[in-house]
Design a protein around this ligand. Sequence first.
Ligand code: SF4
Length: 362
Amino acid sequence: MKTNLNQLSKEELILFLQSLGQKPYRVNQIINWIYKKNTTSFDDMTDLSKDFRERLQTAAFISNPVLLKREVSKDGTQKFLFELEDGETIESVLIPNNRGDDCFTLCISSQVGCASGCKFCMTGRLGLKRNLKAHEIVDQVIAVKRFISQISEIPGMLSLKPEGKTDKITNIVFMGMGEPFNNFNEVSHALSILTELVGFSKRSITVSTSGIVPSIYKLAEINPVANLAISLNATTDEIRNRIMPINKKYPLKKLIKACREFPLPPTRRITFEYVLLGEINDTREDAQRLVNLLIGIKSKVNLIPFNPFFNSSEFKQPTESKTQEFQNLLKKAGLTVIIRKSMGADISAACGQLKATYQVIK
Ligand code: SF4
């Protein structure tokens, strides 16, 4: 059976190359081709001898998900629908940073579907189909990088200069389909590949959880440690149980305790995501309770007005004045808080809207 080079750590790659009779230093050439030049063909690796390339061809392959569909939002956000080796589909979302610097954040998936069942999330309604392998997580990044580098201009987006400015993804967020901490080992392996081989810094990667408390402690132990984001969304167990069933297993008190104990490097904070659901969690009392929960935690709060999706009529968007009032109350209490303008809502690429549409249509 051929070996997929994308699933190997650097050490494993060296061992594999040695098994083909190659010296360890060759590993840097291979890493450069796969992760910097984003190639999937050994024929392109022109600084390797013909004989070596033929051996690689016989013994290995470089995985590459099939891009089934790409949609571009009027705000420049792009949604990529990928087909995996077994025919399952996942989505990744490329979001312009809008700082005029031609840079993007890539939101990636960690599972096909999700078992967490958050009521305000389309992915949660799909249920879990399976976990992604580490290489399927990393391949989303490489495939989108490759896509960006192959075009000189994306309709509706900033123009991308082909020469020397093709590597535009500056941040990775695990906020696509799936609960990353329900797939901890593969996510952790993917984090190692992204930092050690692809070249992202630890601080440029954020893992978001619905609140799997034991995995928050586990993340703190592994190296590298990514940024932590908590999808919080409620300030009482009663409401959180209702909209996020995971809270019945790991209630707010345990979750906030784990956050307090998370070892943050000096300049880092925990991000708390708070989807504002009209007349459910957007009152002045909610804002005050949120302040009380977060006191003493180095944090920032992202307020996300709910994005409606098909069959989500039990929830409604908060009014603009409620959203503003909520933000003001948090700010007044000294919290860092931004209202996250939803990107890509018109192509169902905004928070909570991912569902790998192609599969539903089929
Ligand atoms: S919000 Fe995240 S954890 Fe919750 S159901 Fe959706 S994908 Fe899963």
